[in-house]
Design a protein around this ligand. Structure first.
Ligand code: HEM
Length: 441
């Protein structure tokens, strides 16, 4: 192409760039195109389309794949949660876009739904402070809170011969532990109203489910939730919106506790291990079992492997339709913005081929230091997300879940309660049939 064709091309483009190359903008378009030559324009347009298609293909290759091999799954998770050259503010925006349903249903205002870096900074710092304080108070203190919480639950509604739903026991006990042990609510545990705790747990679960449906959500669910939670967390200066902390902490923890207790009840060796841990909830007993095959930590991680609280982590990415070179030339003003939704499949990487042919089975011994492979260890880290927005409680939460689980198991054992299994191990819902009842003999 001749040099003056480039000049003409620049002039054509300059017409779309406000305030630039004013001198040339007065030239008639027909004259410019004639100068450039129609054939060159067609060739350029074709090249542009090819470049566009290629860029789009390269970019979405990782995201669109449906392969279920470890290599592809972990690459896809990384590409979605921590893509190269994407800044933290952009990552926050991608997460916030995908979580807007939680604003509609639960009126959250934390970093999960906000794209603002200062909201992220403040929220994460605050969460870290709560976790540090809980850790400094020690695991024995945390355990005492869990013991008080299960005794509080057992007083009323109490566990009769006809029994109580297992999920309700775990949800209520865990919420009390989160309030007293993590949020450090000052009120004595005995002062918590059972009706308030039950309403809060039920309404969070209901609103979470409703957030996934397009229908309007009756405002009474949130209004009741908010007013009852305020009675439980009266200090509105420290916690102006307690749900912002309760939801990420309680919503994940209670499900790990429920799954751990459910699996443990099937296996006397696991129960024995938790009994030993309950005798001294130290980091050492958490990591190193009494038996040679597995530890309490291995049981909790196996529970999270088969039933990760965050099975899928979504992001809504903003894309400009123009390849970056052209965007730079003609300015972003004329680029078309599209949004694409991608989902990091955490559940799949925790059940893929690296876990062997028995990957669907609950086997805590697979986590033993002498057996676990580097790929399996890496896959497990995804339970808490990946990249700069990964969970700040990743090292605290498994131990906390173990302490609460061990306390529940010890209470069932001491009171000779029976845990009756349902048809399958649930998630957020699906614990139908699971019951704790008094032994009638
Ligand atoms: C077993 C329990 C838990 C699991 C499985 C879990 C899982 C996760 C996951 C997957 C993420 C990343 C979300 C994303 O990328 O969109 C996350 C983020 C986060 N989690 Fe957890 N979580 C747990 C417990 C907790 C607890 C107890 C807290 C305490 C406050 C907490 C606080 C947070 C915070 C603040 C973030 C956001 C971090 C950031 O944006 O930089 N999590 N969690």
């Amino acid at each position: 192409m001749k040099n003056d064709s480039f000049t003409a091309l620049a002039i054509v483009f300059s017409r779309f760039i406000p305030g630039e190359m004013e001198y040339y903008q007065s030239a008639p378009m027909g004259e410019l195109l004639t100068h450039l030559g129609w054939s060159s324009v067609v060739v350029l347009a074709l090249l542009l389309c090819l470049a566009l298609a290629y860029t789009k293909l390269c970019h979405t290759r990782l995201l669109d794949q449906k392969s279920d091999t470890y290599i592809d799954l972990q690459a896809s998770i990384k590409a979605i949660l921590h893509p190269q050259n994407v800044s933290v503010p952009d990552l926050l925006a991608e997460r916030a876009r995908s979580n807007q349903r939680l604003v509609r249903a639960l009126q959250l205002s934390n970093t999960f739904v906000s794209e603002k870096p200062d909201v992220h900074k403040q929220f994460v710092n605050r969460a870290r402070r709560l976790l540090n304080t809980a850790e400094q108070r020690g695991w024995s203190t945390f355990q005492s809170i869990a013991v008080e919480a299960i005794q509080w639950y057992d007083k009323e509604p109490g566990i009769s011969e006809s029994g109580c739903p297992f999920s309700s026991l775990v949800q209520s006990t865990t919420l009390v532990v989160v309030l007293a042990g993590l949020l450090q609510v000052d009120n004595p545990i005995d002062s918590f109203s059972h009706a308030d705790i039950t309403l809060v747990t039920n309404n969070i679960t209901t609103l979470w489910a409703l957030s996934k449906k397009p229908e309007p959500i009756p405002s009474s669910f949130f209004d009741d939730l908010s007013s009852r939670l305020r009675l439980l967390v009266p200090d509105d200066k420290t916690f102006s919106q307690p749900l912002d902390f309760v939801v990420p902490a309680w919503e994940t923890l209670w499900r790990v506790v429920a799954t751990t207790v459910a699996y443990a009840q099937r296996d006397p060796l696991i129960l024995k291990e938790f009994e030993y841990f309950h005798g001294d909830p130290s980091d050492e007993r958490f990591r190193k079992g009494q038996n040679s095959e597995f530890s309490v930590k291995d049981v909790v991680f196996e529970a999270m492997r088969l039933h990760p609280p965050s099975k899928h982590i979504a992001r809504v990415r903003r894309r400009t339709w123009c390849p970056s070179l052209i965007t730079r030339v003609i300015g972003k003003v004329y680029a078309i913005t599209i949004y694409e939704s991608n989902v990091a499949d955490i559940e799949a990487v925790l059940r893929c081929e690296v876990w062997g042919t028995d990957r669907k089975m609950f086997k805590p011994e697979r986590h033993h230091q002498s057996i676990i492979s580097p790929e399996q260890e890496k896959a497990l880290t995804f339970v808490f997300g990946h990249g700069p927005l990964r969970c700040v409680a990743a090292s605290w939460a498994p131990m906390a879940a173990a302490v609460i689980s061990a306390t529940i198991m010890a209470h069932l054992e001491r009171e000779s309660y029976i845990l009756e299994p349902g048809r399958c191990i649930g998630g957020r819902e699906g614990w139908n049939g699971w019951k704790v009842r008094r032994n009638s003999f």
